[in-house]
Design a protein around this ligand. Structure first.
Ligand SMILES: *Cc1c(COP(=O)(O)O)cnc(C)c1O
Length: 364
């Protein structure tokens, strides 16, 4: 119902909301560092997982091949999603805590014609960071038509992503991680090439809600500040995203990435100082917005996490099935590293040391 009272849901066609949604879409171009007018942002109600469906249902046709770079739980999930839509998936799996390396990727790319390659920029199950710039250069050299799709759910707004300069075709994310907005939005950016692949497909997308055909005119109309309807967007969440993006873009994004790097370096150093090991052992492959830490011998996550919680620190347990009970995950993105008054990083690392000691751990 049209209503001006803030206690009610705002209309998705009210002038104020239309302007907010339009500005939000334009701000996303800045966050992803794209000024190419053929790039297309999408903001849909859903979570990061819906962005996988958007890729699988629109960019790939049934029976086409996709090369998935296997880094852990989340790349496995992307592969499963692609299979649901009839994609033939080849997974190039790296051992836990590492990523597939360029020579093996080159070999795989030269063996088959892949419609797309997917890379999980930060695999949240291991804290492994994938490198995108050299990867993209390799794909362009060996298999120029292959679309480069990045799962950036755990990296957008905390790791550098230069959409145009790196020649990416899709970067998908969600509202609730480093963007620091409440959960509930699937956020993505696609290149002109990716948009063409969606437009020129021979079979219709096997999803109604996640159809780019249905959403593209809506996104374009809102960005041109015109109301438009396919399915109702969430005005509350889009207002929240507008606020988050305004805060993020108030400073150069390079400063934000540098701040995450600096905090991450401090955390990694503190963890090594405690005598603890990271799941991602190679410093070049370590994410800057989270750290996956092996538990000390004899310490159980089920004992450690509640002690941390009592100290006001929420860490997550393991999620990678091969090592699930052997490690914990420490998220350090957004406000927890950017607001020095909070002192979250030092409080968390100090608490980790204290909680480990309470569980009987002594540094060797
Ligand atoms: C969290 C996450 C997802 C899934 O996002 P949801 O918002 O939970 O649906 C996908 N990929 C990565 C890398 C993630 O960290």
């Amino acid at each position: 119902m049209p209503c001006r009272d803030k206690n009610y849901s705002e209309s998705h066609v009210a002038a104020g909301f239309v302007a907010t949604f339009g500005e939000t879409l334009s701000m996303l171009r800045k966050l992803f560092q794209t000024s190419d007018p053929s790039s297309q942002p999408f903001v849909l109600s859903g979570s990061g997982t819906l962005s996988w469906d958007l890729v699988a249902a629109n960019l790939i046709e049934p029976g086409e091949d996709v090369l998935v770079l296997g880094t852990g739980y989340f790349s496995d999930g992307f592969a499963d999603c692609l299979r649901v839509y009839g994609t033939t998936v080849t997974e190039l799996k790296a051992p836990v805590g590492t990523k597939p390396q360029l020579p093996e990727i080159e070999k795989a790319l030269s063996e088959k014609r892949y419609k797309a390659i997917t890379v999980t920029h930060v695999d949240t199950s291991t804290g492994v960071l994938s490198e995108l710039q050299q990867l993209s250069a390799l794909v362009r050299r060996v298999s120029p038509d292959t679309l480069i799709i990045v799962d950036g759910v755990c990296s957008v707004a905390c790791e550098e992503i230069d959409f145009d300069a790196w020649g990416l075709d899709g970067v998908v994310t969600a509202s609730q991680k480093a963007i620091g907005c409440p959960a509930g939005l699937s956020i993505s950016m696609f290149s002109g090439r990716a948009m063409k692949a969606a437009q020129n497909r021979k079979t219709p997308p096997a999803s109604y809600f996640a159809s780019m055909k249905n959403w593209t005119p809506i996104m374009q109309n809102y960005e041109a500040k015109k109301p438009s309807y396919f399915a109702t967007p969430s005005p509350q969440l889009i207002h929240a995203l507008h606020t988050a993006l305004s805060q993020i873009l108030a400073k150069p994004v390079s400063e934000r990435f540098a701040a995450h790097r600096a905090a991450s370096d401090r955390i990694k150093k503190a963890i090594a100082g405690l005598g603890l090991k990271q799941v991602a052992a190679n410093p070049d492959e370590q994410a800057h917005g989270m750290t996956a830490i092996y538990l000390p011998d004899g310490v159980k996550g089920a004992d450690l996490l509640p002690i941390l919680a009592k100290k006001g620190i929420v860490f997550a347990g393991g999620i990678h099935k091969e090592i699930v009970s052997k490690y914990i995950r420490f998220g350090h993105m957004g406000v927890s590293v950017l607001d020095p008054k909070r002192n979250d990083v030092d409080h968390a690392t100090k608490s980790l040391g204290e909680a480990s000691a309470e569980c009987g751990y002594k540094k060797a």
